[in-house]
Every structure is written in structure tokens, then in C-alpha cells.
Design a protein around this ligand. Structure first.
Ligand code: NDP
Ligand code: ZN
Length: 380
């Protein structure tokens, strides 16, 4: 009896020691977290989960600022909650690998986008659409990580990340690292529907919202040989659109420029981040053929079904699209680097006040076209 009890005690002790060891193995990290109380970023120290057998640790070199980060900051401010490190566009260098890792070795370049884990064996994971995992996709930040005891995931405005190798995207050594990070979200989110809608040379296409996502869409569409018309709200980006190769720029605040567009487009992608009327653009699709992909995420935008049915918008296809799976993210990245397709970026220092200011500028329409934080400048 005593022996059995002693064995149980030893087993319990070993379990406690292992769990303590796992706690001790957690990896200290530093970054910038958004705080609900004052609505600002602050320096933030936290820990990442230990490197599992299938994980890689990446030293983050550059992190992009996506408008989705701003939406999340708004949510955190409205709902309260833990401080959270945002950022889901990362490019960096692999500094450690778990024992089963085959895709990377130390010294390789790797990127991380909007998700860091999924179950790997459901209907959607099986078809490389991990973003729709039936069990649990772990999105890169502010998401309970079902695969790591429900801890809140922490994003890319930080010095390092630990991620399953499957969710790390291989970046070729000849890539322009300063500009590569936004491809991990802005790139794939526009690439994916352009591929799905099978845009062809000579197609008439429109990009609504000419920001971080929009200017990537313009580049992919032009690369395919499509004609591109850009819609945005000010005069500030007219020259940029024409310089990049758009056939026409439409300032939607000049009603005369919106005329004569009905039944025009084979494909429209909308990246608008604020509430608007998608039906206006749906009417511009070619009857019986045109397709519109909606990727912008304003909170309260709706399309009335009655408008879809009665407005003459019938016989067009409208769909929403969420980022892209890991396989297509890798395809997009390889293609973009090989064809020299990159975002236009403004590099900012890794500094909480600089990130606060960048957020304000994105809201005020002052960035051309993506802010990227140079993480190497942290604490310098
Ligand atoms: P940006 O702020 O970089 O770009 C948005 C652009 O839209 C800006 O040029 C802005 O102009 C313009 N704009 C604002 N209002 C209108 C309007 N009414 N009509 C036309 N254009 C308008 O944002 P991002 O490109 O980073 O993100 C765009 C949206 O896409 C966000 O809602 C984001 O959350 C979402 N997103 C969705 C993803 C998905 O998987 N579906 C993935 C990533 C992002 P100005 O600069 O002058 O304000
Ligand atoms: Zn994004």
C-alpha cells in the first residue's frame, strides 16, 4: 500500500516538475501592445510558448501595419480586455527549429501572416483553407490559441514569434525584406480572389479603395494584363494610381466621374474599410458575367437582398473572401518575389509613439501605401 502511495507521489512530483519546466521554457519576448484603457501602444514584455517539435522561432525583422489591426484596436478599446500585441504581416529570420522541422533551417528567411495554427485534419484544412478550420483556426493575435492551453495569441509588433512550421511561409533569400512583410496579408488577400475569379488579359477590372490592399490588387491585375480602374475618395492618390498603370482614377466624391460605369466590369475587388454602399459597385458588373470580391471589413455595411434582386444587379456574382490558405500564400509570395511585385512602404521605427502616430495617419489617409515597422530599431 505504502509503495503504491509513494509511486503516486513520485509521479505527481514528476508531473509538477515537467509542467514547471515547460513554464520555465517559455520564451521571453518584447513588443508593443495596444492597451484598452488609454487606446495607445506601450512597450510590452511577455512570453511565447516553448518551441515544439514542429515549431520554428523567427526573429522578426519587419512588421506591417494592416487596417485590420486598426479595426482590432477599436474592438479592444470598445470591449476592454488584455493588452495585445497586434500585427499579422511579419518577415524575419529563423533562429531555432524543433526536432521534426524539415521546411526550414536556422538562417532561412520566413514570414508569418494572419494565422498561426489549425487542426490540420478537417474538411477545410484538407483543402488548404486553414482560415476556415472546422475545429479552431488560431489567428495571429487576440485569439485564444486552442493548441496552447487557450493563451491569447500575440502578433508581429514584437521581436520574435514561435509558430508551427506549416504556418511559416518560406521567403527566398533574394527577396527585398523591407517590403516583403505586407505580402503576408495585403498580398494574399487580394491575390486569392483575383485567382478565384480567374481574371484574364484584357478584362475590365476595378479596385475600390486604393490603400495597402488596393495597391497590391492593382499590381496583380496589371501583371495579368487586365485594364484597371481605381476608385478612392480623394485626389491624393490620383497620380499614384496612374503612375502604377491604372487606366483611370475615379474620385467617388466627384459624382460626374462615377457616371457611365454600369455593366462595365468583369471583376471588382472592394477593399473599403468604412461603411459604404456595395450595391453601387455591384451594378457596375457586366450582366451575366461580372464578379465582385469583397474583402474590406467595415462593421455595419449591408447589401439588401431586395436590391440584389430588383436593382438590375441580378445575374452577377458577389462573394466575400478571407485572406488565403497557407499553400496559396506561399504561391503568392514566390510569384510576387519572382515578378518583383511588392508594396510601396514607409518604414517607421519600433517605437510605441511611432506606431500610435502611424495608426492616426492610416485613419487620416496619409500613408502611401503601407507602414512597416523596422523591428531592429527596438530599444535603440
Ligand atoms: P487602408 O487604410 O490601407 O486602405 C483603405 C483605402 O480605402 C484607403 O485608400 C482609403 O482612403 C480608401 N477608402 C476609404 N473610404 C472609402 C470609400 N468610401 N470608398 C472608396 N475607398 C475608400 O486599409 P487596408 O488596405 O489595410 O485594409 C482595407 C480593408 O480590408 C480593411 O477593412 C481591412 O480590415 C480589410 N482586410 C480584410 C482582409 C480579409 O481577409 N478579408 C485581410 C486584410 C484586411 P483614405 O486613405 O483616403 O482614407
Ligand atoms: Zn491584414
Amino acid at each position: 500500500m505504502n509503495t503504491k502511495r509513494n509511486l503516486l507521489l513520485v509521479a505527481g512530483l514528476l508531473l509538477a516538475m515537467t509542467s514547471q519546466a515547460q513554464q520555465n521554457d517559455r520564451i521571453p519576448a518584447k513588443g508593443f501592445a495596444f492597451h484598452a484603457e488609454d487606446g495607445h501602444f506601450h512597450d510590452y514584455e511577455f512570453t511565447r510558448h516553448p518551441i515544439g517539435d514542429n515549431d520554428v522561432q523567427i526573429r522578426i525583422m519587419y512588421a506591417g501595419i494592416c487596417h485590420s489591426d486598426l479595426h482590432t484596436a477599436d474592438d479592444i478599446k470598445a470591449l476592454g480586455g488584455e493588452p495585445c500585441v497586434l500585427g499579422h504581416e511579419m518577415a524575419g529570420e529563423v533562429v531555432a527549429v524543433g526536432k521534426n522541422v524539415t521546411k526550414f533551417k536556422v538562417g532561412d528567411y520566413a514570414g508569418v501572416g494572419c494565422m498561426v495554427n489549425s487542426c490540420g485534419h478537417c474538411t477545410f484544412c484538407d483543402i488548404d483553407k486553414e482560415q476556415f478550420c472546422e475545429n479552431a483556426t488560431t489567428f495571429t493575435y487576440n485569439c485564444p490559441d486552442a493548441y496552447h492551453n487557450g493563451e491569447l495569441s500575440q502578433g508581429g509588433y514584437s521581436d520574435k514569434i514561435v509558430v508551427s512550421e506549416h504556418f511559416a511561409i518560406s521567403i527566398p533569400k533574394n527577396a527585398d525584406m523591407k517590403r516583403v512583410a505586407p505580402l503576408l496579408c495585403a498580398g494574399v488577400t487580394t491575390w486569392s480572389p483575383i485567382k478565384l475569379s480567374n481574371v484574364q488579359r484584357g478584362d475590365n477590372t476595378a479596385v475600390v479603395g486604393f490603400g495597402g490592399l488596393g495597391h497590391m490588387a492593382v499590381q496583380y491585375l496589371l501583371d495579368l494584363g487586365a485594364n484597371v480602374i481605381v476608385f478612392d475618395i480623394t485626389e491624393d492618390k490620383r497620380e499614384d494610381a496612374l503612375r502604377m498603370g491604372a487606366k483611370q482614377y475615379v474620385n467617388i466624391n466627384r459624382p460626374e466621374e462615377m457616371k457611365g460605369m454600369a455593366n462595365t466590369f468583369d471583376f471588382i475587388i472592394s477593399t473599403v474599410p468604412v461603411d459604404y454602399q456595395p450595391i453601387e459597385y455591384i451594378r457596375m458588373l457586366k450582366y451575366g458575367k461580372g464578379e465582385m470580391a469583397i474583402v474590406g471589413l467595415p462593421t455595419n455595411t449591408t447589401v439588401k437582398t431586395v436590391d440584389l434582386i430588383l436593382s438590375g444587379a441580378a445575374q452577377r456574382k458577389v462573394y466575400g473572401s478571407l485572406i488565403g490558405g497557407i499553400k496559396e500564400t506561399q504561391e503568392m509570395l514566390d510569384y510576387s518575389v519572382a515578378h518583383d511585385i511588392y508594396p510601396e512602404v514607409e518604414i517607421i521605427p519600433a517605437d510605441a509613439a511611432a506606431i500610435d502616430e502611424a495608426y492616426k495617419n492610416v485613419l487620416d489617409g496619409k500613408v502611401k501605401f503601407r507602414y512597416v515597422i523596422d523591428m531592429s530599431t527596438m530599444n535603440k
